[in-house]
Design a protein around this ligand. Sequence first.
Ligand SMILES: *Cc1c(COP(=O)(O)O)cnc(C)c1O
Length: 471
Amino acid sequence: MTEVTRSEREGWLRSLPSVDEVLGWEAVKALAGAYPRWALVECVRGFLEEKRQEILQGKKPAPMEEQLVSQELVEAARTRFAATLCRVINATGVILHTNLGRALLAPRAMERAQEIALYYSNLEYDLRGDLRGNRQMHVQPLLHELTGAEASLVVNNNAAALFLIINTVAEGKEVIVSRGELVEIGGSFRLPEIMKKGGALLREVGTTNKTYLSDYEEAMSPQTGLLLKVHTSNFRLSGFTAACSLGELVGLGRRYQVPVAEDLGSGAMVDLSLLGLPKEPLVKESVEAGADLVCFSGDKLLGGPQAGLILGRDDLVQRLGKNPLARAMRLDKLSLACLEATLRIYLQGEAMKEIPVLSALSAPLEWMEQRAQRLVEWMGPVARRAFAPQIEAGEAEAGGGSLPGVLIPTRWVTLRPSSLSVQWLEEGLRNGNPPILTRIKKGALILDMLTVTEEELGPIGNQLAYLANLA
Ligand SMILES: *Cc1c(COP(=O)(O)O)cnc(C)c1O
């Protein structure tokens, strides 16, 4: 190794451009629109400092080509200053993927949010008089129309809705729940802990697989504040089982004058058995069965924004609204705008067509077959040789704690790279722009055509072609 002399090093250091010089280069100036000046200055400084350190360690600097340096700066600016919350392509086949943002909104619902975001609105202002309005007035009549419920309250999410119900109706009292329904909904949201935080005492009845009405009745006492039924939305009990119907619980509640609440989890508004799927309990049916309170999510099967919807008896809903916690859980105006628009789509009978969750659930298999074929075409010959795509019949899930155990027929494009690992391919797709998220099953990479759109086939095909060239 030849020694670098001190004067050589100093010469190299002097040859480095200044920050201002680099900022003046045409290719760098072209970046100025995309990033704030201070961000670019920071990237240029970081870049030059890196070069300086390399020189001090005796490394001869490569000639500074404007084009190459700018490309490096673009990369640096992008990793440091681009938005971290970004669009991804969901090729997992999970329609309601909690980590990928759950339900996609109907475009019409999104347009409402945009208008309400850009302009002032009558959020809490009654335009018909001098009454002080209430944000609930924008969805109350719609929910009444759709479900027959006497009253309603919407909050931030269903976890909040359930907590509000327990804390308002059963604080200092017992809540009777079947052992088969003590669910963990995700993260640390477990029913026993919610009860405790809500100030109620959990009274478990029955066994994991069987709970009879007599189990509930034996647990009734003057301490009982609520009978709670929870839809076991992220698992399915099968085999030797017995559970009480909501109607039976309502009968018991009436006899003892104890309110009955049902946490429906997903809250379907349309009958999924029309699509050949197993029947999910409908919100309307729970209201008709006489539940005093019903709650469910806005962004599961309903296909709207994140929200918790509570329906039920007017006097109870009023008490919920007066709980100081209700203010801490209130739904923001953008979600409210989306929710109102989503409910109006249901009222117009256009839900199957316009609500993305429902159109995905009802999409004909031929569409997925066509998308699979088009994707294989898009990949091009190099990627086809490298990854050996095959179109296979597969199964997708609704996800998000909806329709547990239900497999939806779909088409997969499976890839089995010949020279590189399937993990490398998965990572290469995940690092795409936009990132493409897939699954690995039995050594093959799976691209599920149920959750990708027509316009996403191009970006997937291009990224696969790019990766094939690296391979
Ligand atoms: C998903 C779910 C919740 C939580 O709903 P979020 O809207 O995610 O807060 C509560 N209960 C049940 C039964 C669920 O399935």
